[in-house]
Design a protein around this ligand. Sequence first.
Ligand SMILES: Nc1nc2c(ncn2[C@@H]2O[C@H](COP(=O)(O)OP(=O)(O)OP(=O)(O)O)[C@@H](O)[C@H]2O)c(=O)[nH]1
Length: 341
Amino acid sequence: MTPRIPATIITGFLGAGKTTLVRHLLQNAGGRRIAVIVNEFGSLGIDGGVLAGCGIEGCDEDQIVELSNGCLCCTVADEFLPAMEALLDRPNPPEHIVIETSGLALPKPLLKAFTWPAIRSRVTVDGVIALVDGPAVAAGRFADDPEEVARLMAEDPAYDHDNPLAEVFEDQLGSADLVLLNKTDLLAESDIAGLAAGIAAQLPRAVKVLPSRESRIDPAILLGLGAAAEDDLASRPSHHDGLDDHEHDDWESFVVPLPAQSAPEPLIARLQQTAAVHDVLRMKGFVAVEGKPLRLLVQGVGSRFRHEYDRAWAPGETAGGIVVIGRKGLDQAAITQAIQG
Ligand SMILES: Nc1nc2c(ncn2[C@@H]2O[C@H](COP(=O)(O)OP(=O)(O)OP(=O)(O)O)[C@@H](O)[C@H]2O)c(=O)[nH]1
């Protein structure tokens, strides 16, 4: 029997550092043929664009497969399985497959896809790695807000739902074989061990929580976990166990188109201000800057922003824009106006 190809699933909330981890893995593949399947919430294909434009030696664009529909967990049959089969049927199939899920995806439906006979006979889930945004956890972003719960219960006595951020976060952690507590540069040194222990205590199984910065952990630790997660679904609890389906009604995303900017800084200031006022969870996009041949990659998680010139615009690829992601109910018109200035 041909050995099964190992697949690593990378999960983690919006902006935790998943794409950064995939880049790190590709950069340090040590000659191993790694294929990446990437899926994100919100159009524009930023993550695929970041990876395909990575300029990493030995990394061809055809190693990156982008699934455009925002929710891998809902499109397993239509998109994910055909993409996997196409990868496996290549004349030179990958030695390892890395799947980056969207920050709002629940990993369990994806894990279940690996029990389907057509996939199970050829691939095994080597491990599920959950990225955690350290400062967001430290700020209590994923904890239930007792006041909010009390308010919702007053409105509807039958209310028993967690905060949707907490729910997605817990589902992602519940499936993990390894957790990276990322962005330690933004944490006080003295808080790291306590936060890691707090996360470990929340997990349904004994799973290691490793602190990381820029998702930099040796691939020898990340790949080769040998978890065979598809055989072990019962020990990976989800809020949606027993439910046939789940909704993504809690979230929304839209694109704000932007013309060429005179400089990055005023735009970043407007984005920061917008994120703070409107409680936006994630913004990312590519923008043209006058007089610059390269496109500006803009990344925002909450109100923390980074920007860099990443590569030249490809022919026909001129329109800039920012994807905005948040909880349902964003004031799209006001946000668009605030960002466009
Ligand atoms: N300060 C700091 N920033 C980080 C670290 N790791 C990643 N980032 C930044 O955080 C932002 C989000 O990182 P990504 O890797 O795109 O996160 P993601 O989980 O793929 O995001 P989504 O796909 O949108 O869910 C980027 O600006 C990264 O450069 C870190 O350890 N420290």
